[in-house]
Design a protein around this ligand. Structure first.
Ligand code: TRP
Length: 365
């Protein structure tokens, strides 16, 4: 029997992380041309927790990129990570409604349910069964020092639960069950993608080749700040929700934290709040933030905010109208989910079958 080195020391890790980031960055840059050349050879897998409405940060950071990849012809699976909601809280909230709204957000942003599989995690038992063999391939030390697990434990302000500890492992199951090869992530999520690659590699070494190693696709848009200057987030009340109406969008943007300098310049380090508003305007209007700053010139924060209000409300108008229509038809949204669930179950059953066969557990066939 071959033994597999499952672990490394924290010191190795720090050095490895830098190298990992550089490698991921280079791979991610090279992937674009390969995707365009042969989109059908890939599958995008990503997802969201149904903890609240999606906001502008999601749209610019990841949704727009998903839709772009879908239009290039890359098959895509979106997991609505409902079990992940209870990694850091006791109550899952009004899940049924949130899941429907999330589907409406996706479709309104341009996700096409005929080309993309959308399903809630809990509705696919075979996917969740992959957790057991995968857990055997990681150590508790490895999970404990995963930066995402650490950061989320801190943010949750409560003792580390078993589900949060093992969350990179279920994300590995999400990615590997459907043969995901491309995972659009922010830089902060790279370590857990590395763990997914490690799990796939270790499984293949132990039981024979079965899983492709997925690659991170780094987001081209930097993290957006919320109106209070902190990271834009559903739970902080500082986010412009995709579904917000125009009046509250205007109110939120006008209340955004900025600075007193009249001359508007794009300096992400020195003036992060101003830079974030410029970035929002630039991304939505297909211009560069430096040009937008130059156009506003010395008209000050008031003019910057007025422009942001107009650009955000104008660009989101069609999406918001479509979202309202979709939400008025819950039967349709549920139908999209049911089709996604059927598809995901078929894929997961097939993968689990092959996993069991590889492990000598194929009693039923
Ligand atoms: N953890 C992600 C979030 O909080 C959602 C998610 C679940 C995910 N499974 C995934 C992302 C697999 C990428 C790959 O938004």
């Amino acid at each position: 029997m071959t033994t597999i080195q499952l672990d490394s020391t924290p010191h190795d890790d720090a050095q490895k992380n830098d190298a990992t980031f550089r490698r991921a960055e280079m791979r991610s840059a090279g992937l674009e041309s390969e995707i365009v050349r042969c989109p059908a050879a890939h599958r995008v897998l990503t997802g969201d927790r149904p903890t609240g409405d999606l906001h502008l940060g999601h749209l610019l950071g990841t949704l727009a990129n998903r839709v772009r990849l879908q239009r290039l012809g890359v098959p895509m699976t979106l997991v609505i990570a409902d079990y992940q909601v209870i990694t850091d809280r006791d109550h899952a909230g009004p899940l049924r409604n949130r899941v429907r709204t999330l589907v409406a957000d996706y479709l309104a942003a341009g996700v096409d349910p005929d080309r993309t599989t959308i399903f809630p995690h809990s509705a696919v038992p075979a996917l969740n069964q992959l957790m057991l063999p995968f857990l055997s391939l990681v150590t508790d030390a490895e999970l404990r020092r995963n930066p995402t697990v650490k950061a989320e434990t801190q943010a949750a302000g409560r003792p580390l639960g078993g589900l949060l500890l093992t969350y990179p492992v279920h994300q590995a199951a999400d990615i590997l069950f459907c043969g995901g090869t491309l995972v659009p992530v922010g830089r902060d999520q790279l370590p857990h993608l590395e763990l997914t690659r490690a799990i796939a590699r270790r499984f293949n070494e132990r039981y024979g080749p079965l899983f492709d190693l997925p690659d991170a696709l780094l987001s081209p848009v930097p993290l957006l700040l919320g109106t209070d200057g902190e990271k834009m987030s559903k739970s902080r009340g500082n986010a412009i929700a995709l579904g917000a109406d125009e009046t509250s969008t205007a109110r939120l943007i006008r209340s955004a934290k900025t600075d007193w300098l009249r001359q508007i310049t794009f300096e992400p380090d020195a003036r992060p709040e101003v830079a974030s508003l410029l970035q929002i305007i630039a991304s939505l209007s297909g211009r560069s933030p430096v040009d937008v700053a130059a156009e506003i010139g010395d008209a000050g924060s008031g003019a910057l905010k007025a422009l942001a209000v107009d650009v955000v409300n104008d660009s989101l108008r069609p999406l918001r109208a479509r979202r309202r229509e979709l939400l008025a038809d819950p039967g349709y949204l549920d139908g999209v989910l049911l089709a996604g669930i059927a598809e995901a179950n078929a894929t997961a059953n097939d993968t689990l079958h092959r996993v069991r066969s590889a492990m000598g557990m194929d009693y039923l066939s």
